[in-house]
Ligand binder design. Structure first.
Ligand code: ADP
Length: 820
């Protein structure tokens, strides 16, 4: 039934091409299904019955696409909306009248591309609808707002039970949240379909936010009107009621007076048990007096209580054992994390320095010095930098565990308001302490390991500069007396062990960057991922699912197929998620159908457990093409293969670069073009390559009347930096000479106006991406030879690396055996 048609696509964010599969399609009339949503459907039409029975029989999913017009009885493919959802058929019941009732569960959004068969039912080729902006800070912040509005919507909407508000907590990330909220929106099919079709997560969330805000204001108004009507009807009754209420209220006030006395005693006792600083003690006493004098039911009481709770929840000098036992940390990191040798070494060196400083401080104190309580953290803060899922947070957690200190995570992604770090003044309604102080209350001691997560995602706007506030937090000269606006008094942060994380250190404000000791984690190779899965992910997944270690077994090839077919990432987060999915399904089958354990997962089972593979062997152009070559890019999420396309057309001798290129990349485009212009007719080798150029005239190359256009597609990858210079020059030269570039050759290197190829960064990520995409040969700057020696062997073994110091040296490898 299925036909796999290899085809190159260039949908944003997909990287290189992929195969598409085909599935039966069921047209729906009023139902718009979303991923993660379970719904009953009633199927009466013959063609639809055939589709759903075929899917159920083959245990394969089915695609549900809504009809444009629900009145059409026998829709053609063009009568359907192109975006629908792949759904699993969970149950199927035949009704006495021959129709079918089925329970389906949405899995992922897809775009139906082409009909493969239309009788006895539609079978269509499809491709997933991918979003490129689901993990941005903005998406997360929008998602938070959508959740908030949704909770209000549930409260206001008469048909939604209050429990519905909790569904948003199940969402794994902003895009899934958008699906879940859209599925619960009580609106017509047209609006739901529109929400299903928007590709970008940010745009979907924005559209949802607008719908929810509008609905909420209408619902709010309705509730208000209903209340007013009731008020009038109840006219006189109300008088009676008010009198009764007043009586009850008086009784309550008297009781509250008694309670307040108890409260006061409780706070006083807690304050006595804490080692408050003198100024904090003064503050607490002042607030207790205020509390005593405030009328029991006044709003001020809640504010005072909130403050006292906050202050008395803080540790005030309470400490976890502070000894830094370096060998113990080494052993623990070795147990919990595979590989990462350099990272572990550098962490241990850093901790050794902490230990030496602490010991020196103590010795000083012993000799009567005044440095008795010198903070033990050096002036620089550890910052773990690298793509998502490479173990930054879990390494920090392991350090905390090994040191025996509590671990708290402070998320900085999307923080724009200085008050989130430094606290709101209490004059402000709903004032709260900042996240640092909040973290200490959570930790319960003054020396926890505090993870400042996503330092590079700090933002700033008119509400101040959170980075500057953070400087104060991290500065040993100031953080002993940190002032949180809410606390109104100083708090000592000098004992906190801060660790920061970032994806992209370039996005960290310079002032902060100077204070960091950056340790880089790069992506994992395939065999590193397999080892991490075997040693760490599988045992943990089994434990979390209630299975025993070894209950779910993967032969090596199958585990590889999971990595290759279902994940595309530098780290191992998606991999862990996929393994979790399999384990959950095994556990369920074991309970429901008595599936015997242990289970050996076979390659052909993967589809049943994980659905269609998302990433099949990448499809790179097999034939050589003119004006097209492959570059390699570094992004904060890992490496990417970029296609660079150059064309030459009539114009005025201009260079036009498109595809959202950053400034530095535009400059390197100019450098590449400049080099070609000045060398192409002088250098013998280059001259040979343009010998058959369509732009060659008797007077030489006619470039004054042509424009060179260079385009770098793959819209989702931010493209900047000088390292595409070599690829840009190759694409331009190929277009100029009409000579094709060899396929499966990728290159990276900065080019100078004189044609020298300079060193580049992020080589490991780039080579990983090349390997994943099936590239055979990679041109690397000669100056990077040393970097390559430090890379794991299995990364470089399958690639042919060619070192080039100049553009001329690159030519035979790029155009060799072709054209010329
Ligand atoms: P990050 O903070 O870099 O985004 P995490 O620390 O959340 O990544 O890691 C994602 C998952 O992968 C965690 O479950 C972590 O334990 C696991 N992991 C990552 N790297 C390793 C490793 N080298 N060894 C063992 N587990 C790892």
């Amino acid at each position: 039934m299925t036909q796999n048609q290899p085809e190159k696509t260039s949908v944003a964010g997909e990287g290189q091409g992929r195969r598409r599969a085909a599935l039966p399609l069921l047209p729906t009339r009023e139902l718009v299904l979303f991923p993660k949503m379970v719904a009953p459907i009633f199927v009466g039409r013959e063609k639809s019955i055939s589709a759903i029975e075929a899917a159920f029989g083959a245990q394969s999913p089915v695609i549900l696409c809504a009809q444009r017009e629900s009145a059409v009885e026998d829709p053609s493919f063009d009568d359907l909306r192109p975006v629908g959802v792949v759904a699993r058929v969970l149950q199927l019941f035949k009704m006495p009248d021959g129709s079918i009732k089925a329970i389906v569960e949405g899995d992922e959004r897809v775009r139906a591309r082409r009909v493969v068969e239309s009788e006895p039912h539609f079978v269509v080729e499809y491709a997933p609808v991918l979003t490129a902006d689901a993990s941005t800070a903005r998406a997360r912040s929008l998602a938070r707002r959508v959740s908030g509005e949704f909770v209000r919507y549930v409260h206001l909407h008469p048909q939604l039970p209050d429990e519905a508000q909790y569904v948003v907590q199940q969402a794994e990330g902003p895009d899934e949240l958008a699906d879940i909220v859209a599925a619960h929106l009580q609106t017509d099919a047209g609006e739901k379909q529109a929400l299903l079709e928007i590709e970008s997560t940010q745009q979907r969330l924005t559209a949802l936010l607008e719908s929810l805000a509008e609905e909420n204001s209408v619902l709010g108004l309705e509730a208000e009107i209903a209340a007013k009507v009731q008020e009038r009807v109840e006219g006189q009754q109300r008088q009676l009621l008010l009198h009764e209420k007043l009586r009850v209220l008086r009784d309550e006030i008297e009781e509250a007076g008694d309670e307040a006395d108890e409260d006061l005693a409780g706070y006083a006792e807690r304050a006595a048990g804490k080692q408050l600083s003198p100024s904090a003690r003064k503050l607490v006493t002042r607030e207790l007096t205020k509390l005593r004098q405030a009328p029991p039911m006044s709003p001020e009481v809640a504010v005072i209580r909130g403050f006292l709770e906050t202050v008395l929840d803080l540790p005030w000098g309470e400490l976890a054992p502070a000894e830094v036992d370096v060998p113990a940390v080494a052993r623990h990191l070795e147990r919990t994390h595979y590989g990462l040798k350099d990272v572990k070494d550098r962490i241990l060196e850093y901790l050794a320095v902490c230990r030496m400083r602490a010991d020196a401080g103590k010795a000083h104190a012993g000799a009567g010095g005044e440095a008795a309580d010198a903070a033990d953290q050096p002036a620089t803060i550890l910052c773990l930098a690298g793509p998502p899922g490479t173990g930054k947070s879990s390494v920090a957690q392991s350090i905390a565990d090994a040191l025996g200190r509590p671990f708290v995570r402070v998320a900085l992604g999307g923080v724009r308001d200085e008050a989130e770090i430094r606290g709101h003044r209490r004059t402000y309604v709903g004032a709260m302490p900042g996240r640092i102080v909040e973290g200490l209350a959570k930790a319960g001691v003054d020396n926890p390991v505090m993870l400042l997560d996503e330092l590079d995602k700090l933002d700033s706007d008119w509400r101040g500069n959170p980075a500057a506030a953070l400087m104060e937090v991290l500065d040993p000269a100031h953080n002993r007396a940190f002032r949180d606006a809410y606390l109104e008094t100083e708090y000592d942060l000098s004992r906190v062990f801060f660790i920061a994380t970032a994806n992209d250190t370039d996005a960290i404000p310079d002032t902060l960057y100077d204070r960091l000791e950056v340790i880089r984690l790069s992506g994992y190779t395939l065999s590193e991922k397999l080892a991490i899965a075997r040693r760490h992910l599988l045992p943990r997944v089994a434990r979390d699912t209630g299975l025993r270690r070894g209950d779910v077994r993967y032969p090596r090839g199958v585990l590889q197929a999971v990595v290759r077919g279902y994940t595309r990432e530098a780290g191992v987060r998606e991999l862990e998620r996929a393994l979790r999915r399999v384990a959950r399904k095994v556990a369920r089958k074991h309970l429901e159908n008595g599936l015997a354990l242990p289970v050996v997962v076979r390659g052909e089972d993967l589809r049943g457990y994980l659905g269609e593979a998302h990433w099949l062997e990448a499809e790179l152009p097999r034939r050589a093409r003119v004006g097209e070559c492959l570059g390699l890019a570094w992004t904060s999420d890992g490496g990417e293969v970029l296609t660079v396309e150059a064309t030459i057309a009539r114009g005025r001798g201009e260079l036009v670069l498109t595809g959202q290129l950053g400034e530095v990349m535009q400059e390197s485009g100019s450098a590449a073009w400049g080099y070609l212009l000045s060398h192409v007719e002088r250098d013998a080798e280059l001259k040979r390559l343009i010998a058959r150029s369509p732009f060659l005239t008797a007077e030489g190359l006619d470039l004054a009347n042509q424009d060179v256009r260079v385009h770098v597609p793959e819209g989702a990858v931010p493209k900047d930096g000088p390292s595409a210079g070599l690829a840009l020059a190759v694409a331009m030269l190929s277009a100029l000479g009409g000579v094709p570039v060899r396929p499966r050759v990728a290159m990276t290197g900065e080019i100078t106006l004189g044609g020298r190829i300079l060193r580049i960064g992020g080589l490991k990520e780039k080579l990983l991406a090349a390997g994943r995409s099936g590239i055979r040969t990679v041109l690397v700057p000669e100056a990077n030879r040393g970097t390559v020696a430090e890379l794991p062997e299995d990364l470089t073994a399958k690639l042919r690396l060619v070192y080039v110091a100049s553009f001329a040296e690159a030519l035979p490898h790029v155009f060799g055996g072709l054209g010329g």
